[in-house]
Structures are given as structure tokens and as C-alpha cells.
Design a protein around this ligand. Structure first.
Ligand SMILES: NC(=O)c1ccc[n+]([C@@H]2O[C@H](COP(=O)([O-])OP(=O)(O)OC[C@H]3O[C@@H](n4cnc5c(N)ncnc54)[C@H](OP(=O)(O)O)[C@@H]3O)[C@@H](O)[C@H]2O)c1
Length: 313
């Protein structure tokens, strides 16, 4: 599988990873089955998908714990673990980027993951008080101590990313981006590419919408689903435009004997602005199906056609 380098770090990973907010993320989603969480992690690792994206806030440590359990059966050096923290439980989940809190959060994540290093650590959200470059210096100290390998920030505005990267130490940024959420991050992606910072989009499947399982008449169903609630201010007009775009993808999918999801994931993997794509999954069958996206090679005209179908976003 093709490997990508993360920023200026020595971390290399496959282009297709796995989002794990549905692994133990009981505080975020209803009716999650933990056994499915264990199974889907094993499915991903067995298929060679070696990049796992997690966070403290997915189950308040439970996602990290489950990943730590599963990792016991695999070669740790072959797995890339990306995790995040910033929500301070002792202060009502207030965002905290202070050195004291972040160092404690990294130690606690290491213990839940049952490992002695984290490949990529992100500040999950910026706080109001801590200068961003100072927060990155905390991560730089943790890297020197061998506890993390690459420095990331998530949910930072472009100006906040620039402040965080004042000393050129940010390796990777994770923010919302998908075929239906492009223009808000256009300038950010340009800055990241110019500054050798890797980019990982979250909600690549628009929380399920871009899998092709919703039709025009399903707006209410989608809006009331876990995914629809997560997408927040996505409105009916945007929904209809997205469904029209997805219908255009169906033709390309037929030509490749692939699913809509596989074509969407192949588009991200062909996009030079994107380093790693981390679709979330609820069960092992979804992971297996999504992994087959690695076999899809889009022609440049198909790539551009998909671009065009979603140009209003
Ligand atoms: N940094 C941040 O602040 C932040 C924020 C959000 C997410 N993230 C990370 O980004 C990852 C990706 O985002 P996400 O998981 O929320 O959304 P996503 O990748 O856009 O959508 C994932 C969801 O789509 C559905 N799905 C996936 N594959 C499918 C398939 N083959 N067929 C049908 N449905 C399928 C599943 O939900 P259903 O089966 O329930 O429909 C799955 O949970 C997360 O897991 C998390 O690691 C980070």
C-alpha cells in the first residue's frame, strides 16, 4: 500500500485510515455495540489499514482503551495511532491547552492505549487563553521526551494554525472537509500545502450522507440520524445538491463495479491536498467494503467530473 509522510516527522502511513469515534464513543452515539468496535478494529488492521484516528472524547477514553486492548495482538511498530485531547473533565469539559493539562492528558492516553508512544498527537480544540505557539512548544517537549512523534492541531482556524506554526513545528492538521464541505477550508489547504503540513479531513463521508444510502425523500431521516445531527447547519437545499452529486457518482461507480463510498474515498486518495482519509465505521462489514476503495483507480477525467458534480460546495 502506498505510504505517505506526515509533515516534517518520521511518521509514514497508508493513505487510507480509520476513524474510531464509533469505537466506544457511547457519549456521542446511541446504540453502539462494543463488540462491533473490537471487530472492526481487527478487520481494519488485518486488511493493512494501519492508521487509527481516536480521541479522549470518544467515550471519555473508552475508544483509546479498546484500541489499546486490540493492539496487544498486533505489531505496535506497524500501527500509527493518532489521538487528541483538550477537553478537561475536571473543569466541566472546558477546553484546556495549558502545558500542565496537555502533559497529563498525554500520559493518561498512553496508559489507556497501553503503549509508550503516540504517533500523532493533536490539540483537539484551541482554548482562549494559551498562545497557540506556546501550546505547540508543549507538544515539542513531549516529542523530545519520546512520548509523541508528530505534532497536530484540530479545529483551529487558519489564523490559529499560522500562530501555532510560528516556529514551523506543526506536522499535521485535522479539520472538517468533504465533497460537501470544501470552500470553508480552501485557503487553509493552500497554506498547509505551502508549509509542508499534512491534512486529514474529518467527516469525509459527511457522516454517512456520501455513502449513497440516502435518497431525495430521506431528508428527515438523514436530519434526525446521528450523522445528520453531527453535520449541524447542513440545510435541505445543500442536501438536495449533495444527492444530485451522489447520483452523478453512481454512474462512475457502476463503471468500476464499485460502491458510491468506494468512489468517494478514491477521490480523496487521489486529491493532492489530502494526506490520509479516515472514514468512520460502525461495523466490520463497512470497514471491509471501504477498504476496497484502495483498488479503485480514478481516471483524471473521472476525478474532474466528481469535482464538477460538487463544485457548489
Ligand atoms: N477532529 C475532530 O474534531 C473530529 C470530528 C469528527 C470526527 N473526527 C474523526 O473523523 C472520523 C471520521 O468522521 P466520522 O466517522 O464522524 O464521519 P464519516 O467518516 O463522514 O462517516 C462515517 C459513518 O458513515 C457510515 N458509513 C461508513 N462506511 C459506510 C458504508 N460502507 N456503508 C454505509 N455507511 C457507512 C457509518 O455510520 P452509520 O452506519 O451510523 O450511518 C460511519 O460511522 C471519526 O471517526 C473521527 O475519528 C474528528
Amino acid at each position: 500500500m502506498k505510504q505517505v509522510k506526515i509533515g516534517k516527522s518520521d511518521v509514514y502511513t497508508s493513505k487510507l485510515g480509520l476513524g474510531t469515534n464509533k469505537v466506544g464513543g457511547h457519549n456521542l452515539f446511541n446504540n453502539l455495540n462494543e463488540k462491533d468496535g473490537y471487530d472492526l478494529l481487527r478487520e481494519a488492521l488485518n486488511l493493512g489499514i494501519n492508521f487509527l484516528d481516536t480521541a479522549y472524547v470518544y467515550g471519555l477514553g473508552r475508544s483509546e482503551e479498546i484500541i489499546g486492548d486490540v493492539l496487544q495482538d498486533y505489531d505496535r511498530s506497524k500501527v500509527i495511532i493518532a489521538t487528541k485531547a483538550a477537553q478537561d473533565k475536571s473543569q466541566d469539559m472546558a477546553i484546556n491547552n495549558s502545558a500542565e493539562f496537555i502533559k497529563k492528558a498525554v500520559d493518561e492516553a498512553l496508559s489507556r492505549l497501553k503503549t509508550d508512544y503516540i504517533d500523532i498527537f493533536y490539540l483537539h480544540f484551541p482554548d482562549k487563553e494559551t498562545p497557540k505557539d506556546e501550546a505547540v512548544e508543549t507538544l515539542s517537549d513531549l516529542r523530545k521526551a519520546g512520548k509523541i512523534r508528530a505534532i497536530g492541531v484540530s479545529n483551529f482556524s487558519l489564523d490559529q494554525i499560522k500562530e501555532a506554526n510560528k516556529n514551523g513545528k506543526v506536522d499535521i492538521v485535522e479539520d472538517q472537509f468533504s465533497l460537501v464541505h470544501q470552500s470553508p477550508v480552501k485557503e487553509e489547504l493552500k497554506y498547509l500545502q505551502e508549509n509542508n503540513i499534512s491534512f486529514v479531513p474529518f467527516f469525509p463521508l459527511a457522516s454517512g450522507l456520501l455513502t449513497g444510502k440516502y435518497a431525495l425523500e430521506d431528508w428527515d431521516k438523514f436530519k434526525n440520524s446521528d450523522g445528520g445531527k453531527l453535520l449541524g447547519n447542513f440545510d435541505k437545499k445543500q442536501y438536495d445538491e449533495a444527492i444530485t452529486g451522489i447520483d452523478g457518482i453512481r454512474k462512475i461507480a457502476e463503471d468500476h463495479q464499485a460502491t458510491v463510498t468506494q468512489i468517494v474515498l478514491a477521490w480523496y486518495m487521489a486529491n493532492p491536498a489530502i494526506s490520509v482519509v479516515i472514514p468512520g465505521a460502525r461495523n466490520a462489514a463497512q470497514v471491509r467494503s471501504n477498504a476496497a476503495a484502495l483498488k479503485v483507480e480514478l481516471s483524471s477525467s473521472e476525478y474532474q467530473q466528481i469535482d464538477q458534480l460538487f463544485s457548489s460546495f
